[in-house]
Design a protein around this ligand. Sequence first.
Ligand SMILES: *Cc1c(COP(=O)(O)O)cnc(C)c1O
Length: 367
Amino acid sequence: MRPTYLEINLAQLKHNLEAIRAHVAPAKVMPMVKANAYGHGIEGVVPFIEPYVDMLGVALVEEGIQLRQLGIKKPILVAGGTMIGQLPSFFEHDLTLTASSLDLLLVADQLAESTRQRMKVHLKFDTGMERVGVHEYEAEEFLQKSLACRHLEVEGIYTHLANSEKVDRKYSLLQLERFQEILRFYEKNSLPMPMRHVCNSGGILNVPEAHFDMVRPGVLFYGIYPGRDIERKVDAKPVATWKSKVAYSKITLPGRPVSYGSLWQAEGSPTRIVTIPCGYADGYFRNMTNRARVVINGKSYPQVGRICMDQFMVNAGEDDVKVGDEAVLLGGGITVEELADWAGTNEYEVMTNISARVPRVYVGAVQ
Ligand SMILES: *Cc1c(COP(=O)(O)O)cnc(C)c1O
């Protein structure tokens, strides 16, 4: 196996889920496992966590199909925008549709009727994200028509928060108010209420009045907080550690610049430069050149010289760092927030960018 890998602590992952569940009880929990479980590896994460979840959320139909092919039996909500041509897959793989437009809803119902099958759907409303979903001011017609869809089971109703990680809750509360207005349709007409869900990780932490019947944690399930200023009310901790090993160790003289573009060189005295077999093709952002730090043998060192596709260099100074010594790129003192800052991005992109070339190794799976 490659010396560079992403270690996932499954015991901590389960702990995170339980901490979220305790915080939102009696609401149900649907972890979002889209984008290869936020980079943590769908194949290792989902079969392990399945017994403890109420539902699973993905973005793409293809991700839902992959979960079924892995033998996952729990309900799966496809949350992203679905094309009409993809609807047959929902029957074939027992997936739950996000009905985000009247068109999609009606075609799904017709297809269900003509093929004598049933489809579970969650109605999606746009209360202020301007992405997918029906605006609250057009909800009435959509809801009326949904009642006439005899071949669909309208199991859920939801919306998505655009600013939930912000300490200023004004926009979230505005969205919540718009969602409440939509829900009044069911009360007014004395109809049974579908399962209501609103909260992503930010909402779970910041908007407790919107927990409703279920929550949809993404980043927090993996132990990462959705914002820097958000109060850390749930005891969730990161589960991923990105490890590698020193692959080469040499003394470099002043006047001998390191790597492409000669962006860095030793000043004054010779220094030990070690090579880590990991690069931007693995998701170690090239943009972090001369900014990142790496922990080797428990000590933090600066990354130096242009990060290459498959390797990068670290300045070990006068220390005796050897080939085979362990290098930690994330975790063990290096936070995902630091990586995000070095790369000029956010924590979500750092994790989802770790490429398929990096093996995922699962530890701590005591159930
Ligand atoms: C990805 C996603 C989430 C999770 O968001 P986090 O900020 O990672 O918690 C929740 N709901 C929907 C619809 C999503 O697509």
